[in-house]
Design a binder for this molecule. Structure first.
Ligand SMILES: Cc1cc2nc3c(=O)[nH]c(=O)nc-3n(C[C@H](O)[C@H](O)[C@H](O)COP(=O)(O)OP(=O)(O)OC[C@H]3O[C@@H](n4cnc5c(N)ncnc54)[C@H](O)[C@@H]3O)c2cc1C
Length: 324
């Protein structure tokens, strides 16, 4: 019987999309008769939601305002669960924390590791095959991870969400391993507004130099808010100081692969494309029909963002029946 441990975390009382992707992947990897054991880092409310995501058993590492387990402590706890459960593989969700955890778990659990994985096969007891994008998504690398223990992190939004179950798995409290917890010495919002975090969002609305000035960027933020989306930007926007660097998408910014990416007033330079072209559906709005962004777009609107954005936002608010 194959046992796969899945690791997910949330800073909120709800589950972000990537947290639910791990269970679907683990269930397929464990095969029929296999077991999926969860390790969840976050609040009790989010843990209760994760317990219904298709895991057979859930170990909960509590994260509260006063207790924030460090990544080293989380890795130690996951390694213990992996050893106790005689797990074949640990699957970590595709967040920035997840990528950091993979290396730490690999060391603590003495396992082979790969990050940003888009496909996993278990051809034998001795090897796990994983595929992952390289060179900014222009090639796919296939790696064979040898040995009895393997840990991988998933590329966010590359997999279907695990089916939620009506029955909740039993939740076992996991003691925080000894060590120094993270000390939060300061906190400054990145300016991304109140929406979801850019790297984890299911929908991203990004604006470029076509918005002409920082005062017009509210049109991007309003569309994002109406869709419950994260706001992104091209480097032209962040270099000009219209919006913070944390919102930059691309080669020297964040790589995102949401279900829906809306690029407004962005030409589609290769350095921008490598950070977003693995998005599931791409919509581009640009006055220039020859703009390279249309080569990767699934849907294109050739037109003026200043006319299209207010109309689109108003229509989405109307359809959703709220002020967004
Ligand atoms: C080493 C290096 C790394 C880089 N890394 C990044 C990166 O990480 N991310 C990134 O984004 N860039 C990056 N760049 C910069 C990149 O090459 C481009 O310069 C940048 O992406 C252009 O941003 P933009 O599309 O917003 O602006 P522009 O290229 O100026 O495009 C503006 C677009 O807006 C359209 N437009 C104008 N008016 C309207 C209107 N009213 N309505 C609708 N559309 C309109 C125009 O037709 C045009 O296509 C990098 C460059 C280098 C050299």
């Amino acid at each position: 019987m194959t046992t796969v441990v899945v690791v997910a975390d949330s800073r909120a009382d709800t589950l972000p999309g990537p947290a639910r992707e791990v269970t679907g992947v683990a269930r397929a990897a464990a095969g029929s008769g296999g077991r999926v054991v969860g390790v969840f880092v976050g609040s009790a409310a989010a843990a209760a939601e994760f317990a219904q995501s298709g895991v057979d058993e859930l170990h909960h590492l509590a994260r509260t305002e006063s207790v924030v387990p460090s990544n080293a402590q989380i890795a130690e706890a996951v390694a213990r669960v992996g050893t106790e459960q005689k797990a074949r593989m640990v699957v970590v969700n595709g967040t920035s924390r997840g990528r950091d955890l993979v290396g730490r778990i690999a060391v603590a659990w003495d396992a082979a590791a790969a990050t940003n994985v888009t496909k996993i096969d278990l051809p034998s007891d001795e090897a796990v095959r994983a595929s992952r994008p390289v060179f900014g998504g222009r090639a796919t690398q296939e790696v064979e991870l040898l040995g009895p223990r393997v840990v991988v992190s998933l590329k966010g939004h590359a997999f279907a969400l695990g089916a939620s179950s009506n029955s909740a798995a039993a939740i076992v409290p996991l003691p925080v391993p000894e060590g120094t917890p993270d000390q939060v010495v300061g906190f400054s919002p990145s300016g991304g507004g109140s929406g979801p975090e850019l790297g984890e969002a299911t929908i991203v609305v990004s604006g470029g130099r076509g918005l002409k000035s920082p005062e017009n960027f509210h049109l991007i933020e309003e569309l994002a808010q109406s869709l419950g989306a994260a706001v992104g930007a091209s480097r032209a926007v962040t270099d000009a100081g219209w919006r913070p660097t944390a919102l930059q998408v691309g080669q020297t910014g964040k790589s995102v692969s949401p279900q829906l990416y809306i690029a407004v007033g962005i030409s589609g330079a290769i350095q921008h494309l490598v950070g977003m072209m693995s998005s599931r559906v791409i919509v581009a709005i640009n006055v220039d029909a020859q703009a390279p962004i249309f080569r990767v777009a699934d849907y294109g609107i050739v037109g003026d963002a200043f006319k299209i954005l207010p109309a689109l936002t108003a229509q989405i608010r109307k359809t959703r029946g709220s002020a967004g």
